[in-house]
Design a protein around this ligand. Structure first.
Ligand code: 1GP
Length: 234
């Protein structure tokens, strides 16, 4: 399953805390997206995660959990994405929680299903920025330096530029892309239409589409379609 990540161009991220009706979930899972990521910064519980996993499991596409709370890790996902926030001075979010989790549950961790993500959080208003104390007001050169730590020093398989809730600076994303060699670049944040999806996809490897699923299903579905059209012509 890990080998599949490099082929993902588009994923939807669903928040277990948010209601989603069966018709919307059906449209999302049948949209042609490459995977469903289940995760959120707040309000994620074991119960709401199990519930969403069991509903997504009716479909054939990969379903992966992005781990944000130890108590909400649920067996049965195809993969587990484990974020390490790089641009925070608080080691809790770089390795503190990870250390605690491995010490307590290490014997039952399916390591072959675990993939680490270097997170660079860049929207100061996002819940994840507040939670982790991320230093979001940094220059492009600083973002690039964090990206190179992820790519060249830590050899992280995924580097995630997280603008959750607001569409990011595509010039920064482009600079990061030019500066990394091995890591897969995920872009997420504020993609609400086909045009933004195409712009983000042109400077990253994988785009992550979240909130618009709950706000405007039709526009969410268009973010998948535009990538299929673009990739068909490239
Ligand atoms: C959130 O990067 C994802 O973790 C997607 O962001 O909800 O703004 O689309 P949005």
């Amino acid at each position: 399953m890990k080998e599949m990540i490099p082929s993902w161009r588009h994923v939807f991220k669903l928040d277990p805390e948010k209601e989603i009706d069966d018709n919307t979930l059906d449209a999302i899972c049948m949209s042609g997206t490459d995977a469903i990521v289940v995760g959120g910064s707040t309000g994620v519980t074991y119960e709401n995660t199990v519930d969403l996993l069991s509903r997504v499991r009716r479909y054939e596409l990969p379903c992966v959990q992005e781990v944000s709370d130890l108590e909400a890790v649920v067996p049965g996902f195809d993969l587990y994405l484990v974020p390490m926030v790089l641009n925070t001075p608080d080691p809790t979010w770089i390795m503190g929680r990870h250390h605690e989790g491995i010490e307590r549950y290490g014997y039952m961790i399916p390591w072959d299903l675990v993939v680490s993500e270097g997170y660079i959080v860049l929207n100061e208003d996002a819940a994840v920025a507040k939670l982790t104390g991320a230093e979001t007001s940094i220059e492009a050169s600083s973002v690039v330096a964090y990206a190179q730590i992820a790519d060249k020093l830590m050899n992280l398989p995924i580097l995630y530029l997280e603008y959750s809730g607001s569409f990011g600076d595509m010039e920064i994303v482009r600079s990061v892309r030019r500066s990394v060699e091995h890591t897969r670049l995920f872009y997420g944040g504020g993609i609400t239409n086909a045009e933004q999806a195409a712009a983000a996809a042109s400077v990253s490897d994988t785009i992550v589409v979240g909130n618009i699923v709950y706000d405007n299903l039709q526009q969410a579905l268009e973010t998948v379609k535009v990538l299929k059209d673009l990739d068909a012509f490239s």
